[in-house]
Design a binder for this molecule. Structure first.
Ligand code: SAM
Length: 279
């Protein structure tokens, strides 16, 4: 079972959202445990102070190292083991990705340290935390919302957390691509029809359409992912089709070929493959 501990000056910000939905269910079924700890309980003075003015001057306050060290030493006696991580939430950290979430889902203990104010004394990130993680290139007022994002992305990957085990495997980023578009009833809404192929009942064509649309979305929205994605010959043929149908897709595909010079030119390549039916 994965045990997560969050250290924060605002414990109530963490507790309520974790009681809901898939995460709440996973916790109540014992797939994960989440403990929330008030950093002020680990302060060394009676005023429960956890911050101080920055050395060198400047605006705002900096979070002191001692309460974080005391908290983590109380939570992980003997320090973090091989299957444990202590992550400081920080905009200066490594980007938190689906890959990080997968790694966290395989841990025994995960301790998340939330900063506030101007940030946390550097010695926490450097010597107490095993890593620093950022949830994106923007600055939040504190680490709590970032910790919730990390917890949610991690817990939903635990075996048994989702109703349908295949669902997480089909999500965006799992195979290095964005997910395909999803539709539900009604088949026509405000004059916009669902792609006909999805109503055809032909599972092989639906699968192919979904792969094509996943490739198309990635190509148009996140071309940076494409050159690192796990693509087979069928995918390359689909990409060539996308390229022929869309001028906008060309710059992304060209830069992918630059990153991966072995990839054949689109138009010649498709001639070696069975012609694909249009959806
Ligand atoms: N002065 C800091 C900087 O520019 O890097 C920003 C401090 S921020 C106002 C306060 C706290 O919010 C940080 O210590 C961190 O815990 C959290 N935080 C803010 N943005 C974050 C992000 N993108 N990812 C993870 N944590 C973040």
């Amino acid at each position: 079972m994965l045990s997560i501990d969050v250290v924060t000056i605002f414990p109530r910000m963490i507790a309520a959202p974790l009681a809901e939905g898939i995460v709440g269910r996973a916790v109540s079924r014992g797939l994960a445990r989440v403990g929330v700890h008030d950093l002020r309980d680990y302060s060394e003075n009676r005023h429960r102070t956890v911050d101080d003015a920055p050395f060198g001057g400047g605006p705002g306050m900096v979070m002191k190292p001692e309460p974080f060290f005391r908290a983590v030493e109380a939570l992980l006696e003997g320090g973090p083991g091989r299957d444990d991580a202590v992550a400081l939430l920080s905009p200066r950290g490594d980007r938190f990705t689906q890959k990080t979430a997968l790694r966290y889902a395989s841990l025994r203990r995960l301790v998340l340290l939330c900063g506030r104010y101007e940030g946390v004394d550097e010695r926490v990130g450097r010597t107490l935390a095993t890593e620093e993680i950022s949830i994106g290139d923007y600055v939040l007022t504190g680490g709590e919302v970032a910790a919730l994002a990390v917890i949610e992305a991690t817990i939903r990957l635990l075996p048994g957390a989702l109703g349908d085990e295949t669902s997480a495997a089909c999500d965006s980023f799992c195979e290095g691509l964005l997910d395909h578009p999803q539709y539900t009833r009604p088949a026509v809404f405000r004059g916009i029809a669902v792609p006909r192929i999805l109503l055809s009942g032909d599972h092989a064509r639906v699968r192919r359409w979904r792969r094509m649309e996943a490739l198309r979305s990635t190509c148009m929205r996140r071309p940076d992912l494409l050159s690192r994605a796990d693509l087979d010959e069928g995918d390359r043929a689909l990409l060539s089709e996308i390229e022929r149908g869309s001028l906008e897709a060309r710059p992304a595909l060209e830069s992918m070929r630059e990153a991966e010079p072995g990839m054949p030119k689109a138009c010649e390549e498709v001639q070696d493959h069975e012609p694909h039916g249009k959806s």
